[in-house]
Design a binder for this molecule. Structure first.
Ligand SMILES: O=C(O)CCC(=O)C(=O)O
Ligand SMILES: [Fe+2]
Length: 339
């Protein structure tokens, strides 16, 4: 049979075809349908990848189940202190000479975080430095984190993002992630937040609106609240559809009692569905250092990622968390790492 360029391009054995198809699907499915779609994706993924969800040694399975349910309802779950003083000391020691960058102005040369130029509101570490730091990549793989994330996602999570940044006080205007918004990394996803400094009301705590992770439910809530008033309904739907939402809009729609401010001691860990309406408060008095890992159902297919080499990674994982994961599982979860 004759091969035309089109028959190759659209062939079912062309991985690029699947990639494009998955990418289009993701952007063509409306946000309100994401949770239904996530269920189908979970079933399909579990059919092909076949990882069983074990009860990791050293973790209380009932507690993991309870925290997983909290993620589905409230949207966030507290995981306790995962980075005690000795761990944080080693991380800070390693970070001493590591430079950061300002994500909103790439032309600015890298700087040490304590020498951040005055216009910088957030200073990000490089992913290579995060992956090579002591402990952090292993904290992202902690069986409690993975156990709760897997229960919430309905599949074995895969780490698709690692970040760490300082947020500085002294700026009047909130920008980007400091205004209420939702993230859309996958049909279902969650982020681990580990505060590496004490976070009180002055140090820019993470803020979210309870039970707003399901956009279909948010639109139904808005319709109920409008009680048939078409003007109101239009206004509420506009708030939901906007990329960045003001504090006043959020309070008007959801009421201030649904807004939760997460302060916490250094080391405390929070897992959250940032598909919920959320923001990082602008610090009013003290700076904040946050380590963050992103867990998705599917690899992020939009942007190519460059994995970072970590010699002895699998051995170290097995040593820290004996009996928790198979080598295959470790590889699947850690596509940002070359072992
Ligand atoms: O800084 C924060 O607490 C929130 C940042 C944010 O929006 C995110 O990580 O998705
Ligand atoms: Fe966000």
């Amino acid at each position: 049979m004759m091969q035309t360029p089109a028959s190759t391009k659209f062939a079912y054995d062309n991985p690029e075809w699947y990639k494009q198809f998955l990418l289009r699907m993701r952007y063509n499915i409306g946000l309100p349908s994401y949770s239904a779609f996530a269920g189908m994706v979970a079933k399909s993924l579990n059919d092909i990848q076949g990882f069983t969800l074990q009860n990791p040694p050293g973790e209380d399975a009932d507690q993991l189940n309870r925290l997983g349910k909290e993620m589905s309802g409230d949207g966030y779950a507290e995981l306790g202190n995962l980075a005690p003083q000795d761990v944080r000391d080693e991380v800070f020691d390693y970070l001493k000479d590591k430079k950061t960058h300002y994500a909103w102005d790439k032309s600015l040369p890298d700087f040490l975080p304590e020498e951040a130029p005055p216009q910088v509101s957030v200073a990000n570490y490089r992913r290579e430095d995060i992956v090579h730091a002591p402990h952090l990549i292993y904290l992202a793989n902690h069986p409690r984190v993975i156990g709760v994330a897997a229960r919430y996602l309905g599949v074995m999570p895969t780490v698709m993002g690692l970040s760490m940044w300082w947020s500085y006080p002294g700026r009047e205007e909130a920008e980007h992630a400091q205004l209420f918004h939702i993230d859309r990394h996958c049909y279902r996803f969650c982020k681990l937040f580990i505060y590496l400094t004490d976070v009180d009301d002055e140090s820019g705590p993470h803020v979210y609106v309870r039970n707003t992770g399901d956009y279909g439910q948010n639109y139904r809530f808005a319709a109920e609240k409008a009680q048939g008033d078409q003007e109101k309904l239009k206004h509420y739907n506009e708030i939901l559809a906007k990329q960045r939402k003001t504090d006043a809009e959020i309070e008007e729609l959801f009421g201030s009692d649904r807004i939760v401010t997460k302060t916490g001691k250094a080391g405390s860990a929070l897992l959250g569905n940032t598909g919920s309406i959320h923001k990082g408060l602008v610090p009013s008095g003290k700076k904040r250092l946050l380590f963050q890992a992103l867990y998705t159902m599917l690899p992020t297919i939009k942007d190519p990622v460059t994995p970072v080499e970590v010699p002895g990674f699998i051995e170290e994982m097995q040593k820290r968390y004996p009996g928790a994961y198979s080598d295959d599982q470790i590889g699947y979860m850690n596509r940002l790492v070359i072992a």
